[in-house]
Design a protein around this ligand. Sequence first.
Ligand code: DC
Length: 432
Amino acid sequence: MSFIVAIDGPAGTGKGTVTEILSKKMKLVNIDTGATYRCVTLAMINANVALNEIDKIKEILNNIRIELRNENGGQAVILNGEVVTEKIRSKEVTSLVSQVSSIKEVRLAMAGLQRKMAEGKNVIMEGRDIGTYVFPNADVKIYLDANVEERAKRRFKQNQEKGIDMTYSEILESIKKRDENDKNKEIGALKVASDAIVIDTTYMTIPEVVKTIQEIVQKKKKEVDLQEKIYRVRPDTKWHRIQRKIIKTICSAIYHVVYRVKVTGKVPDQGSYIICANHVSYLDAAGVVIVNKRKVSFVAKEDLFYNPFLNWFLHIFDIIPIKRNMQDMEAMKRCLKMLKSGDLLGIFPEGTRKGLEKNVKLKNGAAYMAIKTGVPVIPCGIKGTFKPFSRVNINFGDPIDFSKYKGQDKEKIDEATQIIMDNIIMLTNKEI
Ligand code: DC
């Protein structure tokens, strides 16, 4: 999986400098996408190809090899085997590159190359359209801006340091022209992505910009790492099963000491079923898991996994994390996979604890899956206060078959949900 930081913005906003510092500080691979367009421009100049010679440009694109190599603390650019780090910053290339980068074929080829360069890596990419076109789902999108005079001043100073001979007014004009061109491209025009964080660097020093972005990236990386930990599917290895068995035995012993558990009904020894229960306490799911010889994987809200111990514990029991208040397709896919493999899936149609008391709208995921897969639903009524040494009744009902409810008709799904809940309520009040 890649982690992508996109830094977009017009020329002279400090993208290159900031990106280089951040890549070193945060161990992110630095991909200077402007350099890829500069390489194409240089290749065209070398081959004497004009802007309108599309066939020749296509041929160049078909054979071009561009490499960005981190060397001696900087980035070396290699074009078809030749180091061109300095050459691509020449006046000639700079004055032509914006027009070259407006050519549709060039943009498509370079966007493809840039995506490939980022594959499976944690990268920081600077350019014009990274957050809008190349990686519209980038993890962090920053748009750097600054007024045009300040940008020209910076570029002038940078050029002087590199020995590039251009006057301040030449640079100012060139930047204005490039801004205009960059903003009006057919594909990959320079614009602010709707979810980008805009930083105006006109009155900021480089370290200030770096610090601001670093904090944003660190926060996001933490979130992404946590999500990865929560959603990574662990294979059910032998060690996993041994741990589950040991923990289940211990928890079961404690559970039976703390509660007087009474079970009626039974879950068949084989085959897929969706166990649907009422939800009164977190301990009711534990009860259903403990009293079943077979593994029951419940669906539980993502927030529970934020705690590292609970994250480990819930994964041992193959609990499926779900994002609430949205259609979590990932969770749905995992549930369906589980049912296809002949396992038991546990769901609380109330979607939250004491949902019936709170009068919440029932969640119809269980009924949807039962109809879609033909897997029967086992209703389960749980009664208990879960106060220490109190009684807990767990009543499993007969499987309900919804296979005759063909199609994805919402009314039918709602009707099936109500049938499931009515059965659960009946079982909750069952006299033993
Ligand atoms: O960042 P730079 O000055 O090296 O970029 C050179 C040119 O390439 C600039 O005019 C804009 C263009 N470019 C682009 O269109 N898309 C990118 N992702 C990066 C640069």
